[in-house]
Design a protein around this ligand. Structure first.
Ligand code: ZN
Length: 526
């Protein structure tokens, strides 16, 4: 009897507990807390400019995509999540079902004049929404860059522009020119101009030490300028002094010395006529060791082609370039110069590996021009002179360059422009997706997006771009990665890339179905 009583009381107690538990659950559910979207409506209202629905969002950081909608007002991402379109009023709807949505790509090394070709369709067509100008030591030649920035804003570029102050330009503006050592007052002027450029919104400084006048600069000058960059949290990017296999490490070390004072980035990293993955590992190890022993960031960018493109001056000796008078050099040191050019071209894979990009020889190799004229190739070069042409040079090794590209600290650049006779200005970012992600599967699409969007944003110190996040600027792409194609070739270098269905810059559609439809870009001020 007693046992029966106990059992009844145990069951009763259990039932009471169960009932009170159910009551709590019911209470919690009846409270029905507002969803993130409902909270959004309360804080931001119902009126929006653009919504991108049903896309697989790769946000630039996470390695897996997620199905989400993105709500945009003005130039900003207001919400990422599930949007109930019946609850809002929205100007434009993009249905991204079956497609990826990513942050717009950032090209850390680009060329072009936004006052001449403001549309920059070549960049938009491959998903680039921000380009960095002022490269290789050369920026607009103004002591005060603000009016230039304002003028670009009033013209309205297709992409955003992040400007760098060029070291060579600073030299020219300060009266240093081709002198090896600036006078103290000239040095002070360079520092003051750089400081003012950074105040105006430049993201740092570039050097072009393989070019004049940058090549005349020494350690002391470069360190003093790097300090100015470092004090403002800027970035020093460098086309290093010599990219040849036997000189590239010393050249990178020279930049790493500036890396004691500021963040540094090797521009369009390459090993000219070096070969193989192991050679790439050596270069990456050098960068790793510098990174591990510095308070500053050490990064690099790269374009995915094995031909470079630059002025023909790259094959001429220092003593034939400004401030030397070339006509005089030609007369007085003709045989010596011919021998130098011959040797240099042979070491750079021969005259077949130099493809002219400028008239009158555009599209022909140096070997073809020499054959047509029945003359030695070095004589053709002698006639052209160091400032007389530009060309593509097939001097890189695919295995080596691809290994550099895979490194997690290496981002993507084009080093291209709308007018250059090299496919990189029209193809680079599309080629990364088409070849390295889709065909060769060297890395995932998510990693490619990180390399092309969030990594460059971080290197530049762009705190509101490069990721898909609430509060970030709405630079966005909608595409099917399987349809992205780089169509530009060395014979047809100005064919737009295909496959970017929608390109949104600052919340506005800039490029759609292969065509420029708006120019919502602006000059970004750091
Ligand atoms: Zn360069």
């Amino acid at each position: 009897m007693k046992n029966q009583m106990d059992t009844v009381s145990i069951i009763t107690a259990f039932c009471r507990k169960a009932i009170s538990l159910l009551a709590i659950v019911a209470f919690v559910f009846s409270c029905n807390p507002p969803s993130p979207f409902q909270r959004l409506l309360e804080t931001h209202g119902r009126q929006y400019d653009l919504v991108i629905l049903n896309g697989q969002v790769l946000d630039g950081q996470d390695m897996i995509s997620r199905l989400a909608d993105i709500l945009i007002r003005d130039d900003s991402i207001i919400f990422v999540g599930k949007v109930d379109t019946s609850a809002i009023v929205v100007e434009q709807v993009i249905d991204a079902a079956g497609q990826h949505v990513t942050p717009g790509f950032i090209d850390t090394h680009a060329h072009g004049d936004p006052l001449e070709t403001p549309g920059f369709e070549n960049f938009l067509a491959m998903g680039v929404t921000t380009i960095c100008l002022g490269q290789d030591g050369s920026s607009p030649e103004y002591e005060n860059l603000r009016p230039w920035m304002d003028q670009v804003d009033s013209v309205g570029p297709g992409v955003n522009i992040a400007l760098f102050a060029g070291h060579g330009t600073l030299r020219q503006l300060s009266g240093v020119g081709y002198k090896p050592v600036p006078a103290p007052e000239e040095m002070a002027k360079m520092e003051a101009l750089l400081s003012d450029a950074l105040d105006a919104g430049c993201f740092g400084m570039t050097t072009g030490l393989e070019y004049v006048p940058g090549t005349y600069a020494g350690d002391e000058e470069l360190a003093a300028l790097a300090k100015v960059v470092g004090e403002r949290g800027g970035l020093a990017m460098s086309h290093v002094r010599n990219e040849d296999d036997d000189a590239v490490e010393a050249s990178i070390r020279e930049l790493l010395r500036q890396g004691q004072h500021c963040n540094v980035q090797v521009s369009h990293i390459k090993v000219v006529y070096g070969k193989g993955e192991e050679r790439a590992e050596e270069i990456l190890a050098l960068l790793d060791s510098a990174r591990n022993s510095s308070n500053y960031a050490v990064t690099a960018d790269i374009y995915p082609y094995t031909a470079s493109y630059t002025g023909i001056g790259i094959v001429f000796p220092q003593w034939a370039k400004p401030p030397q008078d070339y006509e005089q050099v030609k007369q007085e040191r003709r045989e010596e110069l011919l021998a130098y050019l011959r040797q240099k071209i042979i070491s750079r894979n021969g005259p077949e590996a130099t493809l002219f990009g400028t008239e009158p020889y555009a599209g022909k190799t140096l070997a073809q021009v020499a054959a047509e004229q029945g003359r030695a190739f070095e004589e053709i070069l002698l006639d052209i002179g160091p400032g007389g042409a530009s060309g593509a040079y097939f001097v890189m090794d695919e295995a080596l360059q691809a290994r550099l590209l895979e490194d997690p600290h290496v981002m993507v650049c084009s080093d291209g422009s709308p007018t250059m006779h090299h496919p990189r200005g029209y193809g680079s970012f599309a080629k990364i997706i088409e070849q390295y992600v889709q065909e060769e599967r060297r890395f995932s699409l998510a990693e490619a997006v990180r390399k092309m969007a969030s990594l460059p944003a971080e290197a530049l110190g762009l705190k509101d771009r490069g990721l898909i996040r609430e509060g970030y600027r709405a630079d966005l792409l909608v595409f099917d990665p399987g349809k992205v194609k780089a169509r530009a070739t060395f014979s047809e270098p100005r064919r737009l890339a295909e496959g970017m269905d929608w390109v949104v810059v600052n919340g506005k559609v800039a490029f759609r179905d292969g065509k420029l439809v708006g120019r919502p870009g602006k000059v970004l001020r750091k």
